[in-house]
Design a protein around this ligand. Structure first.
Ligand SMILES: [Zn+2]
Length: 217
């Protein structure tokens, strides 16, 4: 195993990060710890954030969560109102939104649902991210769920205990509409982080599907 530390982007601008979530809490669950640590180490980074099923109360939760998580690092926030559970039916509209974002932002890194995600909304967004952002490194994040689709990751980001505690507190605080779902609790999220930590030799980690990575050696 080779441990790597990412430096600043080659053209020395601050990292431009794009976070794509089908639902209001997806990115926080899949990549929240990574994004927080990345911003701590690269304060000049800017994060652009898109939520597709972000209407009503869930949209309000998403906005409050993103603003709290990113503070001054938030570049833009786009909340769309695609019907939850129906992203595949809105395939063309979702792709148009992504292409529009791609005209405005040239991201270095894109966080999107993993291609192997079994949820129809996640999978659709994961596939379309690869069509819209060909120049970026796309990291597919994972979300534990009933479908039982835990992936075999190819990239791990170790998280400190402080980051884990902050991540779990953030999710619990900002998504009260989800608290009655049987899987939505700190134990679930911590278990995934612990398991991924075991796999990469640390206590906790977030894991990603890195289908293509370009190394400059
Ligand atoms: Zn979701």
């Amino acid at each position: 195993m080779l441990e790597m530390t990412a430096g600043p982007p080659i053209d020395s601008h601050g990292y431009r990060i794009l976070a794509l979530g089908a639902h209001s809490d997806d990115v926080e669950i899949g990549a929240g710890g990574t994004i927080v640590q990345l911003l701590a180490r690269h304060p000049s980074a800017t994060v652009h954030w898109v939520v597709f099923a972000g209407s009503g109360a869930r949209g309000s939760e998403a906005e409050a969560s993103v603003r709290d998580l990113l503070g001054g690092s938030l570049g833009s926030l786009h909340l769309h109102e695609v019907r939850d559970g129906f992203l595949p039916r809105e395939w063309g509209g979702v792709k148009e939104i992504l292409l529009q974002v791609a005209r405005q932002v040239t991201p270095d890194v894109v966080f999107a649902p993993a291609l192997s995600d079994a949820h129809q909304d996640h999978r659709t967004l994961g596939e379309l991210a690869w069509q819209a952002f060909r120049g970026a490194m796309i990291l597919g994040y994972e979300i534990p769920k009933w479908d039982g689709d835990l992936m075999r990751p190819s990239l791990y980001i170790p998280l400190s205990e402080e980051t884990v505690a902050a991540k779990l507190a953030h999710i619990t605080q900002h998504f009260p509409s989800q608290k009655d779902k049987p899987w939505f609790d700190e134990e679930t999220f911590r278990a995934v982080l612990r398991l991924r930590g075991v796999e990469c030799g640390v206590r906790y980690a977030e894991a990603f599907e890195a289908r293509k990575v370009v190394l400059s050696w």
